[in-house]
Design a protein. Structure first.
Length: 168
């Protein structure tokens, strides 16, 4: 065996060790304590749709309560209603959420007619009583392993359409 052939396994081992060390340092940076982003929907605009889909442009206000800016080069968004997937979308938009600041990000999302029909059937089966629960989750993607996830959930109360009793 030549000396060059003996050197190759050592070179591979050194490269693997360096890669593991860099990934470990990257992981340490990711796990530093930080508060989650606060994300709210501030607008929904219709987009051109095709066939059995509903397309919307969802505008998100993203607030960063941390002392470091959040750089991103892509956004993914999923909206669940009553525990079931309702709409999802992605965008390759990029930018920065400043430290202790906010920005507005627009994401096109698609809801299929089948998911809307399923939601409507669930409401009719359940009588439409009570609040409608929702969850919005997604991530702001950055290069490497630096994506920042967010999650917001809540309830919507629909107005009741009961007949008022006016007997005295």
């Amino acid at each position: 065996m030549t000396s060059a052939m003996r050197f190759v396994p050592r070179l591979i081992a050194a490269a693997l060790t360096l890669t593991v060390a860099l990934l470990t340092l990257q992981g340490c940076a990711l796990f530093q304590g930080h508060d989650p982003l606060h994300v709210t929907v501030i607008g929904i605009e219709p987009l051109d749709s095709q066939g059995l889909e509903l397309r919307m442009l969802v505008k998100l206000r993203v607030q960063n309560p941390n002392d470091a800016p959040v750089d991103y080069n892509g956004v993914a968004l999923e909206i669940n209603v009553r525990g079931k997937s309702f709409a999802s979308g992605v965008s390759d938009v990029g930018g920065t959420v400043p430290r202790f600041g906010e920005t507005v990000i627009s994401v096109p999302v698609t809801a299929s007619a089948f998911s809307m029909l399923g939601q409507a059937l669930d409401m009719f089966r359940g009588g439409g009583d009570g609040p409608i629960t929702y969850e919005m989750k997604g991530k702001l993607n950055a290069s490497g392993f630096n994506s920042t996830s967010f999650r917001t959930q809540g309830e919507l109360n629909l107005p009741t359409t009961g007949v008022a009793d006016h007997s005295d």
